[in-house]
Design a protein. Structure first.
Length: 319
């Protein structure tokens, strides 16, 4: 028993959810660079068609590093950060300038270096609710293929000096955060110094434990269904003596299966995923047929016992 417990703990620890790993050292630039931190907050493929919440922080400004007097940062003008409005998730998070393919003109955050010396200044942190998508040419990557669905999040941002069109280079200094139930990995980073843009691609997929858990439940559903089918066939067609409480098990199993279906982590609320077509729905349909057979068997058995009891009572009654 202790070996089983130790094995379970070891497997769970080995395949636990990992944090978003930081990329390699950022590239070198010959101009001003803002170094950003990226923190993954939440991830939900079901919210607004797929949403990822990312917290950004301006960790370092190369202009500040190059200033001789850190108390005088007037030589480092403010920098405006922009994102594509169409990448925001939900109408409430979309800037009013959205709805076209023009260059974004509404900054999502303004970094003011001079405020760094003010103890009352706001933190240089902001959050974005962004959409996640799937590869359009692969149906297997969509939510239909739960728990083997796969997504891609694109974090695209660019920076300009306030009041000008002068670009400021951007680089990822560090990355972190956990999306519960998902493995996340940065698969591509493209920093364009001439445009002042940064493009980050994050690959998203279910963890091994989530996939194993869902597959185990589907297999268990089929095994339980087949066992109940064998018991019902023996009782109904071969007249084998089966305890009545066992024949009532399919009724309780129907409700247990629907509860297990809703308990699958991150599963779609409605039926329609691949696990429903290969597991839940056919198993439930088979269970319904088994339930009908068992109820008919119990009903007919009760009638036979009642008829036999009446016959014995009549025979024992004196004329």
């Amino acid at each position: 028993m202790m070996a089983v417990i130790a094995l379970g703990i070891s497997v769970g620890w080995a395949f636990r959810t990992r944090t978003l790993a930081s990329p390699a050292d950022p590239p070198q630039f010959d101009q001003r660079v803002l170094f950003l931190g990226t923190q993954l907050e939440t991830l939900d493929p079901l919210l607004n068609g797929g949403t990822i919440v990312v917290q950004w922080s301006v960790d370092r400004d190369s202009c500040i590093d190059d200033v001789p007097d850190q108390n005088d940062l007037s030589g480092c003008p403010p920098v405006n950060l922009y994102m594509d409005p169409t990448m925001f998730a939900g109408p409430g998070n979309t800037p009013s300038s959205g709805g076209n393919n023009s260059v974004p003109d509404q900054a999502i955050f303004q970094f003011i270096p001079e405020e760094m010396n003010d103890a009352h200044a706001n933190l240089q942190i902001f959050e974005t609710d962004l959409t996640i998508g799937t590869r359009s040419d692969r149906l297997a990557d969509t939510l239909l293929n739960y728990p083997f669905d796969r997504y891609t999040a694109e974090l695209w941002i660019f920076a300009l000096v306030n009041g000008t069109q002068d670009p400021v280079s951007l680089a990822i200094d560090w990355a972190g955060g956990v999306a519960f139930g998902f493995d996340t990995e940065i698969v591509g980073i493209n920093s364009d110094a001439d445009a002042g843009s940064l493009d980050v691609l994050i690959d998203i997929k279910r963890t091994v434990l989530v996939r194993a858990y869902v597959v185990t439940i589907v297999i268990a559903m089929w095994l339980i269904t087949l066992l109940l089918l064998v018991i019902s066939i023996k009782a109904v067609f071969f007249r084998c003596e089966v305890d009545t409480t066992i024949l009532a098990a399919p009724v309780a199993t129907l409700f247990a299966f629907t509860t297990l279906r809703t308990a699958m982590p991150g599963s779609p609320s409605g039926f329609g995923a691949i696990i429903d077509f290969v597991g839940t729905l056919p198993a439930l349909a088979t269970l319904i047929a088994i339930t009908v057979l068992c109820l008919l068997h119990v009903l007919l058995r009760s009638k036979r016992l009642e008829s036999a009891h009446c016959a014995q009572t009549t025979a024992a009654t004196p004329a």
